[in-house]
Design a protein around this ligand. Structure first.
Ligand code: ZN
Length: 394
């Protein structure tokens, strides 16, 4: 089988990757583009081992969770009595949140407040999917629009910072806007589309550092030009301590309590609502498609399809051979990538030449900036100790 390994543009990354002989997991498709990956004597990686040892025995494909789900739904309904809404769901138009919306309304009889955080980069298919769900489920969706001028300034600053995780400005805005909205409106439960079925193998931290407000602030201070006035911010302690323990906000991954399979969900949503699938996970957002498929792939050598497809392989939803065939091609068509490059550059008011110059500068990581990494690591350790986080986080 021939393999395609992206050639990182940045020279320093080339040197790092050259230090280690190429190896791919014999069970999934994670490989040495994850610089900290470890393999056992059978060539099975530590992501797979963690899945079989820590996730699967507790999760069991969501098959034995009826009692837990019933208890959760009872709690949600009880605390929501007399209120207009009993929980909240953020809709992106992507598969996980769409299926969650369907389950909450049709299967569980909940009364969620639906919000959509508009970061100005949604593909038409995402907006159309939200419209189809609105019509089909008879729901209202409130849109919270992120200040475009401030978000744009942050996104330019992040490109200048040379880190791989270019979606922190969008992701943090989505989380902060959602959580702030819930607390302000006394909503106690947020149902979140996160799930083991499609995400049990997490991308390595070096590829996708967790949302980090200190990192965002430092990059903004060094490379930003516009003050952050309207951009929704939510610090680590406010989110994890004040909102959780004082305000009683609960974030629930309800899809882990049912048998949730990607292809079944696509077919059901298609049949019920005319919902449409797009090429890859997260490609409902044009900026995300470009930064994952081009910036990460060509500049850092990170193919973000690997953890996603590996999740589907270990959960039995696709074969490894099928994925290896797909990985022979780049994440998306080169012509489309060039179109996205033009589109992203023009919207961010930088020239294509300036963007390509940024691509060639030395790569950096969270270590080059102020960061909440120590606090985040401590919180992940605590979450692991209490069984709230079981994925391989490193
Ligand atoms: Zn593996």
């Amino acid at each position: 089988m021939g393999k395609v390994t992206p050639v990182p543009v940045s020279q320093d990354r080339c040197c790092i990757m050259a230090l280690r002989e190429y190896q791919i997991c014999s069970n999934c498709v994670m490989d040495t583009s994850d610089s900290l990956i470890r393999f056992d004597e059978d060539g099975v990686c530590d992501h797979c081992r963690n899945y079989y040892d820590n996730i699967l025995p507790n999760w069991q494909y969501g098959n034995n969770c009826k009692a837990e789900l019933d208890k959760l739904l009872l709690d949600i309904r009880e605390q929501g009595e007399g209120k207009q809404y009993d929980c909240m769901i953020g809709l992106s138009g992507g598969l996980d949140s769409s299926y969650l919306a369907y389950s909450a309304v049709r299967l569980w009889g909940l009364r969620p407040k639906f919000i959509h955080v508009d970061t100005h980069w949604s593909m038409p298919v995402a907006s159309e999917n939200i419209s189809k769900l609105k019509d089909g489920l008879g729901i209202e969706v409130e849109t919270i629009t992120v200040d475009w001028g401030e978000l744009k300034d942050l996104q330019i600053a992040f490109f200048k910072s040379q880190v791989p995780y270019q979606d922190i400005p969008q992701d943090l805005a989505i989380f902060a806007a959602s959580y702030n909205y819930a607390v302000k409106n006394s909503i106690k439960y947020i149902l979140n589309g996160g799930n083991h079925s499609t995400e049990c193998i997490r991308e390595p931290v070096e590829w996708g550092h967790i949302n980090d407000t200190s990192l965002l602030r430092d990059i903004h201070q060094q490379f930003g030009a516009k003050p952050l006035v309207n951009y929704p911010l939510l610090g680590f302690f406010r989110k994890n301590l004040y909102y959780r323990y004082i305000k009683g906000l609960r974030i629930v991954k309800a899809l882990d309590l049912i048998s949730y399979k990607k292809q079944d969900a696509i077919e059901l949503l298609g049949k019920e609502f005319g919902w449409e699938q797009y090429q890859h996970k997260h490609y409902e957002n044009r900026f995300t498609r470009f930064y994952e498929g081009y910036w990460c792939y060509h500049k850092f050598g990170y193919d973000r399809r690997r953890p996603h497809y590996s999740s589907l392989i270990v959960t039995g939803q696709i074969t490894r051979d099928t994925v290896l065939e797909m990985l022979k091609n780049p994440p998306y068509d080169e012509d489309e990538a060039m179109n996205d490059l033009k589109h992203v550059s023009s919207r961010l008011w930088i020239s294509e030449d300036e963007f390509m110059a940024l691509m060639r500068q030395p790569n950096k990581t969270w270590k080059d900036y102020k960061s909440d990494k120590v606090i985040i690591d401590f919180a992940i350790k605590a979450a692991k100790a209490f069984g709230l986080e079981r994925r391989n986080y490193r």
